[in-house]
Design a protein around this ligand. Sequence first.
Ligand code: GDP
Length: 140
Amino acid sequence: MAIERTLSIIKPDATRRNLTGKINAKFEDAGLRIVAQKRIQLTIDQAGMFYDVHRARPFFGELTEFMASGPVVVQVLEGEGAVLKNREVMGATNPADAAPGTIRAEFAESVGENSVHGSDAPETAAQEIAYFFSGLELVG
Ligand code: GDP
């Protein structure tokens, strides 16, 4: 499998509970390398642009307000099949459905406040990485 990069976000529910290190350990234990990382505070508009694909969904307002409610840690994870591997480490969107040992099973509070975001395909990963990072900030 090819070496890929994927975008990860540690969401406000997790930064609020001081879980950044525990979540990063899950990535590293799975063989994913954190090749870029920064803690930022999104505006509702910036969260809306990031989640533009969900604009028509009934939960869009709740999602963007939540994502702007506190600091997030945006990161680029690198490794073999990183996009899929990260989705496995994250677990299902709804923590009630997430497999034991996954980040969402262990840490997520609800389907909305579910601790992490991860790109769903290599193409979206490239777009999402470019949304938050310049090429100069990526040193694999
Ligand atoms: P993901 O790729 O597993 O993050 O899931 P989706 O792309 O389907 O949804 C994006 C994000 O929207 C999720 O991670 C949740 O934070 C949020 N979300 C999804 N479904 C719901 C919902 O029914 N209610 C609320 N409040 N948020 C939701």
